[in-house]
Write a protein that binds this ligand. Structure first.
Ligand code: RRO
Length: 393
């Protein structure tokens, strides 16, 4: 049994490529919750792929994880999500590209990056040698570009491309159909169910079946569920929710827009309620589809909120810019929060809040949240998890 203990991140010795460069399997990855002594199994499954725990970095907030590795061992995260990669290297938008907002940040990076060949040759191999799992985020201007990138990753996974290919690192592929910083809104595939489905179908066709494809959705739509459904119908194995919201800041001193690109993507704590709402709606409509929740997570309790809404994994993003150790801290805090609520397994908590509310069609009476009679009634005023359901979702 592999154990993670509270505060483990900084203390552990560095393992390097001690496992021969292959990702470690974690049959029972548990967290010994420091304060209560309770043990929580943090293992999660995303469309057949098992991860030792549900906490990832968010795309675009930690490159490919190399810089974070000086603060904690990135292989101790569930996965590292790479910055969205395109087919060719790309300079991105003009500067300034970032602006502060109350409880958030606005970015207009514009898909700056090294291109997929360089990602495979360098960062993915580093992640593999580190024993970390990679979620490769891909982006394109056209359906054909997404397909070519997926094909390149497919070659890498099958090892047909080069000796020592980085296949072992790639846990799943996140299809970014929702970047807000493209030249025109018509290019945001996630705003249209047909366009979203076309991208997912093309990507799915290029990747081996055992590599799950997750579509990353935009909150800037009227009905996020209809987009999610279209992606799943087109072959997506799961959904990531949410990307940033389109926003704008005007500097009142210069009286000019703060970003050279004028508009940008809003992230940070300000958007967390939007992420919770989207994850809730998607899980309610598509309960069998795994969801990765992302948006404004700073603490383990923030992560717990998204898990209760239906997320089987979470991504930590903007907070990394001022607190690089945040992802590993969030993991420890999430495990503590689960232990305090009586959960023995992370998976038992996924979507738990849905079981505590009635649908509006069931009348006005409120669910019994008293905890009376529940053997594991907790100080949180809800029936303990062991009285509700035994099986993970
Ligand atoms: O690169 C960006 O400007 C960017 C991307 Br790809 C994205 O998906 N979301 C975002 O806020 N910025």
């Amino acid at each position: 049994m592999t154990e993670i203990r509270s505060g483990h991140g900084a203390d552990h010795h560095r393992r390097g490529a001690a496992n021969g460069g292959r990702p470690t399997r974690y049959p029972e990855h548990t967290h010994d919750s420091g304060s209560s002594g309770a043990v929580v199994n943090m293992t999660t499954r995303l469309a057949g792929v098992e991860l030792p725990n549900p906490v990832m970095t968010a795309s675009g907030c930690a490159a490919a994880g190399r810089e974070l590795d000086q603060f904690f061992r990135v292989d101790e995260l569930g996965a590292v999500v790479t910055k969205s990669i395109m087919l060719a290297p790309r300079a991105g938008r003009a500067t300034p590209r970032m602006a502060e907002t109350p409880s958030g940040m606005l970015n207009s990076i514009g898909l700056q990056g090294q291109g997929v060949d360089q990602l495979c040759a360098s960062d993915l191999r580093w992640l593999r040698d580190r024993g970390a799992r990679a979620v490769v985020s891909i982006a394109g201007g056209r359906v054909e570009e997404y397909a070519k990138i997926a094909g390149r990753l497919g070659d890498e996974i099958s090892g047909s491309r080069a000796e020592g290919a980085s296949d072992g690192a790639i846990a799943l592929v996140e299809v970014n159909i929702s970047c807000p910083n493209v030249e025109d809104r018509g290019q945001v595939f996630a705003c249209d169910p047909v366009a979203a489905g076309a991208v997912v179908e093309a990507v799915r066709a290029e990747l081996p079946g055992h590599v799950p494809v997750f579509a990353k959705l935009s909150p800037d739509v009227t009905d996020v569920v209809s987009i999610g459904r279209a992606c799943v119908a087109a072959g997506a194995d799961g959904l990531s929710a949410i990307n940033t919201l389109l926003g704008m800041v005007i500097d009142v001193d210069s009286m000019r827009p703060a970003l050279a690109g004028l508009t940008g993507g809003l992230s940070g704590p300000a958007i967390r309620p939007v992420a919770v709402r989207c994850v809730w709606q998607l899980h309610a409509a598509l309960p069998d589809v795994p969801i990765i929740g992302v948006g404004g997570i700073k603490t383990g309790l923030d992560a717990l909120e998204l898990v209760l809404a239906g997320a089987s994994a979470v991504q930590v993003g903007t907070t990394i810019f001022h607190d690089p150790g945040a992802p590993i801290r969030v993991l420890a805090e999430l495990a503590d929060a689960l232990a305090a609520r009586g959960f023995a397994r992370f998976t038992d908590c996924v979507g738990y809040a849905h079981h505590l509310v009635r649908s509006p069609h069931e009348g006005d009476s409120h669910p019994d949240l008293s905890g009376e009679g529940a053997p594991h009634a907790s100080r949180f005023g809800v029936n303990g998890p062991s009285t509700q359901r035994g099986e993970p979702t």
